[in-house]
Design a protein around this ligand. Structure first.
Ligand code: FAD
Length: 435
């Protein structure tokens, strides 16, 4: 057995998946080393900070051949620093079919994290207006549960979009902080390149930091670098099949203006509905000025850029068909299928109807975006039901392992997977050490 050992477990990436495993293992007194590509600067909730972590082309911002832009957060906490905190229930049947029971983990999460729809006071005027219009049309448009401690929210605050400086919105950052309080170590600006494998067992990782290659060794390695980051590392580590046939939940934003309203500063995705039979989810989507400007400029609607405070916006996000591949450098090769576009147009028509009924005019839509890459190292394909790869002691815990597209925001599911994996790693720890 290797004598050099830097930790009991190395966790690569600190999004919801990695942060949860790290926190749970640290709470069980394991020596945890977190390696994170991004930085750990205090969250300020500013556009500049968001842009640095999520909008640099080729790093946070990736673009497909359809010019569909996909954003991810390269920072401690991963994309959850910038997510909207909406908590959709995990798809139990999908995981049951893989022999994975997420119920105990879900129950624990419900008792540990704040999870509730926004109070009427925190629902912005635009989300409220859209909800009333949809309900008036007979749709079952409901407030959505949020991972937000609403007692910490400030009125008229919309900074969740750029990271929550109040610590009200749960993000992976909070679990990383907890893990560190329990003794875990975090190394930032550490981009893992490869898992080190000896005799079919993972023994550590090689990572690049400040232009130099370093090695770290541990008897367990957990890859949690996200739906794009993880498969790239797996490929360099003797698992070349990773990074194919994935989903990324394409979406559009449908916008219309209403002269009688002044808003634009509210928490997005406050309410909406899941049209499972039609393959999409549709919610309000009031974004800050800078993102509003980008969404309009992209489709040539420069006449709408200055109308942010009067713009009602609805997001339509579809369950796309599995397909495409990642390039070895992290490029996304995936095009929307005709079936995907039919779903988008159906949702677009419904969003138009709701906006028009609310009294909005100049209704138009954004270009395509995407936010949830996953399925690039699926359970049953690249990992087993314990999330272990073909290499012993190499695990994956992030959106990569989701076995199929289901078109809904995945964070709740990823926290549940992280809890379950930590329990598994802990249970096999003593045997491993004895060996
Ligand atoms: C704008 C936006 C809004 C969203 N809203 C919601 C929502 O309301 N509800 C919801 O459930 N989901 C939402 N999501 C999606 C959610 O944030 C992601 O699905 C989730 O964060 C994915 O978690 P993960 O653990 O798979 O990876 P990530 O969060 O992507 O984390 C991966 C981490 O790994 C790091 N990393 C990558 N490569 C390497 C490497 N080689 N070495 C070291 N570190 C590496 C990254 O810096 C990052 O910290 C949203 C996403 C976006 C972008």
């Amino acid at each position: 057995m290797r004598s050099s050992r830097d930790a009991d477990v190395i966790v690569v990436g600190t999004g919801p998946g990695g942060a949860t495993v790290a926190r749970e293992m640290a709470r069980r007194n394991k020596d945890v080393l977190m390696l994170e590509w991004g930085a750990s600067r205090p969250i300020k909730g500013t556009y500049l900070q968001y842009a640095g972590a999520a909008a640099i082309p080729g790093k946070g911002l990736l673009v497909t051949g359809d010019l569909c832009g996909m954003v991810r957060g390269i920072t401690t906490g991963g994309s959850s620093v910038f997510y909207y905190g909406t908590a959709f229930d995990p798809p139990l049947a999908m995981f049951d079919a893989c022999g994975i029971d997420l119920r105990p983990a879900i129950e624990a999460i419900r008792s540990e994290l704040p999870l509730a729809p926004l109070s009427d006071e925190l629902m912005g005027p635009m989300a409220t207006r859209i909800m009333r219009s949809a309900q008036d049309l007979g749709y079952s448009w409901q407030k959505l549960p949020k991972f937000i401690d609403q007692s910490k929210c400030r009125p008229n605050c919309h900074r969740c979009n750029y990271g929550c400086p109040e610590g009200a919105k749960w993000s992976g950052r909070l679990y990383v902080d907890e893990a560190r309080q329990q003794g875990a170590r975090l190394v930032n600006a550490a981009r893992v390149e490869q898992v080190l494998v000896e005799n079919s067992q993972a023994v550590g990782v090689a990572y690049r930091r400040k232009g130099k290659i370093h090695q770290a060794y541990a008897p367990k390695v957990v890859m949690s670098a996200g739906g794009i980051g993880t498969p790239l590392v797996l490929r360099k580590s003797g698992i070349p099949e990773a990074g194919h046939d994935f989903f990324f939940d394409p979406l559009i934003v449908v916008m219309g203006t209403l002269d009688r309203i002044r808003g634009g500063r509210e928490i997005p995705m406050a309410a909406g509905m899941h049209r499972e039979e039609d393959g999409y989810v549709i919610t309000d989507m009031t974004v800050p000025w800078a993102l509003h400007a980008v969404l309009n400029a992209e489709v040539g609607r420069l006449d709408q850029v200055h109308r942010h405070a009067q713009t009602l916006a609805i997001m339509v996000k579809i369950k796309d068909r599995l397909g495409g591949r990642l390039t070895d450098r992290g490029g996304i090769r995936k095009r929307l299928t005709e079936e995907d576009k039919v779903k988008i147009y159906k949702g677009y028509a419904q969003a138009r109807e709701i906006l028009a009924h609310a009294g909005a005019r100049n209704i138009h839509r954004s270009w395509y975006l995407a936010a949830h890459p996953g399925g690039t190292a699926k359970i049953g394909d690249i990992v087993d039901s314990n999330l272990q790869t073909r290499w012993e002691n190499l695990y994956v815990c992030d959106c990569s392992v989701v076995p199929d597209a289901w078109g809904l925001p995945p964070t709740f599911t990823l926290i549940a997977l992280g809890k379950r994996l930590a329990r598994h790693l802990n249970s096999e720890g003593p045997a491993q050490r004895a060996a």
